[in-house]
Design a protein around this ligand. Structure first.
Ligand SMILES: Cc1cc2nc3c(=O)[nH]c(=O)nc-3n(C[C@H](O)[C@H](O)[C@H](O)COP(=O)(O)OP(=O)(O)OC[C@H]3O[C@@H](n4cnc5c(N)ncnc54)[C@H](O)[C@@H]3O)c2cc1C
Length: 516
């Protein structure tokens, strides 16, 4: 008897899941035990661990995964919390006398990779326990294969990525990189392993209650993005499959940062990142859906196209796998060391809570807090503002806030993009390109300025302000502030810093950092 203990890590889905497909089809396997393990750190709560939206999103994704496993395969997901070795040790004890195969997808993130090495050693102590790892289907490229190849050079641009794609993928008869087909949802007659793990298993309802205990007062918050593979496939259909022209015309730098005209919460881009990052949606599936649109006529190309965005994603996975100290501002070859100011709690808190006195920045940060998402150009603006633009704070502080709050938070991508925006990386934009936090209609941040509904929605103190002053409300005459029911300095903060002065000083400081 072999029990396949199927460890869901970065692919919370049934489609395109290598480990699941193997467990369902292998003759060696008699029964399956699907598991998910929460790291204790992740459930620590405010100031550490995962933020409210993110935890909720994962919990919804796990509920959906459990339902789908049950409906499609007659299996149930078992959820645990704690140190993974202790959890696995416990399962192993309960399954004593059975042959166990722990099946999981290989991850390129160092923290997860170390756990895999430990696991390989751990499995050697008994013949009854072995591990079987599968190439990560979280990415389009096989990251281990690419970084292990003789010709591998760390990519710095889309041109470098095109070279890597050409080297490692065939170009199919349609002229596209052949990333392979996503695996279908498997069929299986394998039974669920019924071992009694009582006491250590966490019911999804327990998880939901502990999220409410960690974040009291947020029980009435309605989440905009719902987690899970079901929702991911629905969004893929609505935003990509059914919108051929949108996909073919997609130019990322032209997309609007203040969201959809009809709903200030709905992304103007696909909004699929939360699903890709949690693995509710396979990257290969999205790639193929774009390809179907491209076949219908002329279409945009990388770096601006949707395929281009996905290639940036691959670039950061490759870099994060090969650059030591990727997440640090010290000893990281992708990071110039800059003498940032000491951690300034007041400034960071104003930035994080959306109280800087700059409505565009504040609207973006409040949207992040409420929904766990922000448009790419909004991310550009707030990260530039925190670092080389206005507040001169270390990028790692902003990175930490994003890591906790973003639904799509991803170690490789979050660090890579912060390095990019802080101006410290070889792939960064020129340091002197600083965004104006009070954008006008011509800004490259692509802001809707006529009605300014995005600002009115996320910064309700300014709801009645005339659009003319809404991006820089402290400049409005006192009479306008009075008739708009918002006195700046009382009802909404004065600017935390002088934007022009801080810009000028920071440019000088940055220049001297790169000269020393
Ligand atoms: C400071 C900063 C931090 C960021 N942190 C993250 C993060 O933790 N996780 C994350 O997924 N993205 C991150 N991004 C990249 C980008 O902002 C989001 O991927 C994008 O906004 C998600 O929205 P979308 O799904 O509608 O994107 P679309 O434009 O529809 O793109 C489709 C997919 O391509 C990928 N993609 C798009 N842009 C990028 C990019 N610049 N780098 C890497 N992949 C990209 C994403 O997986 C995205 O879902 C960050 C950007 C900045 C500037």
């Amino acid at each position: 008897m072999t029990v396949a203990v199927l460890w869901f890590r970065k692919s919370l889905r049934l489609h395109d899941n290598g480990a699941l497909t193997w467990a369902c089809s292998s003759d060696e396997v008699d029964s399956i035990l699907p598991i998910f393990i929460f790291d204790e750190e992740e459930l620590r709560g405010e100031g550490g661990g995962l933020g409210f939206n993110r935890l909720n999103f994962i919990s919804q994704s796990l509920r959906d995964l459990d339902n789908r496993l049950s409906d499609n395969l007659g299996l149930r997901l078992r959820i645990f919390s704690g140190n993974y070795l202790e959890v696995l040790g416990n399962i192993r004890q309960h399954l004593e006398g059975e042959k166990i195969c722990l099946a999981y997808e290989y991850c390129s993130e160092p923290r997860l990779r170390n756990s895999e090495v430990t696991l390989e050693d751990w499995s050697r102590i008994s013949d009854d326990f072995r591990t079987k790892s599968f190439p990560a289907r979280h990415t389009l490229l096989d990251i281990e294969e690419v970084v292990g190849s003789k010709e591998f050079k760390k990519p710095k641009s889309m041109k470098d990525m095109e070279i890597i794609f050409r080297r490692h993928l065939d170009v199919n008869s349609l002229g596209f990189y052949d990333v392979g087909d996503p695996l279908p949802v498997p069929n299986s007659s394998k039974s669920m392993n019924t071992v009694n793990l009582s006491g250590s298993v966490m019911e999804i309802s327990d998880l939901e209650s502990s999220i409410m205990r960690i974040y009291p007062g947020r029980e009435d918050d309605v989440q905009y993005f719902t987690g899970g593979e079901t929702e991911a496939l629905e969004r893929l259909r609505e935003k990509v499959t059914d919108r051929v022209q949108f996909v073919n015309d997609f130019r990322k730098p032209k997309t609007v940062s203040t969201n959809s005209k009809d709903d200030p919460r709905e992304p103007s881009t696909t909004g699929l990142s939360p699903y890709l990052s949690s693995g509710c949606l396979s990257a290969r599936m999205l790639w193929r859906e774009c390809e179907k649109s491209y076949l219908t006529g002329s279409h945009t190309k990388p770096p601006e196209s949707l395929h281009g965005q996905m290639m940036f994603r691959e670039m950061f996975y490759l870099l994060s796998r090969t650059v030591e100290n990727w997440d640090s501002d010290v000893g990281n070859e992708s990071c110039i060391e800059v003498e940032w100011d000491e951690f300034d709690r007041e400034k960071i808190t104003a930035w994080e809570t959306g109280n800087t006195g700059y409505p565009y920045i504040d609207a973006m940060m409040r949207q992040l807090d409420k929904t766990g998402w922000m448009h790419h150009l909004g991310r550009h603006a707030v990260s530039c503002f925190l670092t080389r633009g206005q507040l001169w704070q270390n990028w790692t502080h902003g990175r930490d806030v994003f890591e906790r709050k973003l639904l799509d938070s991803d170690w490789a991508l979050n660090n890579g993009n912060w390095l990019w925006l802080a101006g410290v990386a070889p792939f960064s934009m020129p340091y002197y390109r600083i965004y104006n936090p009070c954008p006008d209609s011509k800004s490259s941040l692509n802001v809707e300025t006529v009605n300014a509904d995005f600002i009115r929605y996320w910064v309700p103190e300014l709801r009645s302000f005339p659009s003319k002053y809404i991006f820089e409300p402290h400049l409005a005459p006192a009479s306008v502030q009075r008739t708009s029911n918002c006195i700046i300095g009382e009802d909404y903060p004065l600017p935390i810093v002088d934007r022009k002065l801080s810009r000028k000083e920071n440019l000088i400081r940055f220049k001297s950092s790169i000269q020393t």
